[in-house]
Design a protein. Structure first.
Length: 257
């Protein structure tokens, strides 16, 4: 798949992501219906409706590529996937349920186990991020489009980190010390990738926890904006692993931060 094809696919999906984001807000305003999945995590009618809309459009756009979605059992048992979609219709369901604003809608196209495009919509924040190649990462906010390139927005020597939790594990504390982190802010959804790509934050470290669909779109956006995505050993991160399980995760705005 060449650059022009990737760009066309990405831009063809943006209106659907905007529509899906509005649907998620409208359903929440009406009152969400919550169920508990077998893994103990919540899912709502909003997750399902957004999932159905995104998968329908993606299937029409790239009919020959399998889609692996958090909210769909199809294709999760396929082995040796190299070219496929990873979709997380709503990342941050807890925030979504509790009328908070950091939840996101996510999709990434994986080619040869690498993310070549990513789309993340944070509808409550009115921020839509997407990318389709190196130096081609963008944000649309309040209908204004701008290119993002990891340009630092904090003080020169301040290293602003993000954390999944207010309480840091000993391993994360060690990583913060290693990379001279000045302070950290809690953020739970894939918005973490986007605000590092936009230069608002510098760093994020996480032990193995989430699934591949939680991070693939953000990986594409951050890397295409000039950021670095690896595991704790600073090894490249690939997709299509067994059970779509993540290893440790290290995000850096750039090598020097």
């Amino acid at each position: 798949m060449n650059f022009e094809e990737t760009k066309k696919i990405t831009e063809n999906l943006l209106e659907t992501f905007k529509k899906a984001g509005q649907i998620s807000l409208d359903l929440r305003k009406k009152g969400l219906i919550k169920k508990i999945k077998n893994d103990g995590t919540p899912v709502t009618n909003g997750d399902i409706e957004v999932n159905n809309l995104l998968l329908s459009k993606i299937s029409i756009t790239t009919p020959n590529l399998p889609i692996v979605s958090e909210e769909n059992s199809d294709n999760k048992n396929l082995k040796d996937l190299k070219d496929f979609w990873l979709v997380d219709p709503i990342d941050g369901t807890h925030d979504y349920l509790n009328n908070k604003d950091e939840f996101t809608l996510n999709a990434a196209l994986i080619i040869n186990k690498n993310p070549v495009l990513g789309i993340i919509n944070a509808p409550e924040k009115k921020r839509l991020f997407y990318s389709f190649g190196l130096s081609n990462a963008y944000e649309i906010s309040n209908e204004i489009k701008k290119k993002i390139n990891c340009e630092k927005k904090s003080k020169e020597k301040e290293i602003k980190a993000l954390s999944y939790s207010f309480k840091l594990s000993s391993k994360i504390i060690k990583m913060h010390k290693k990379y001279n982190v000045s302070n950290f802010t809690r953020m739970k959804s894939s918005l973490k990738f986007c605000v590092i790509a936009s230069g608002e934050f510098d760093f994020y470290a996480a032990e193995p926890r989430a699934q591949e669909w939680d991070i693939a779109a953000g990986h594409a956006i951050l890397e295409h904006a000039g950021g670095i995505v690896t595991n704790f050993e600073e090894e490249k991160f690939y997709y299509g692993k067994e059970n779509f399980k993540n290893s440790s995760l290290l995000l850096r705005r750039n090598i020097n931060m």
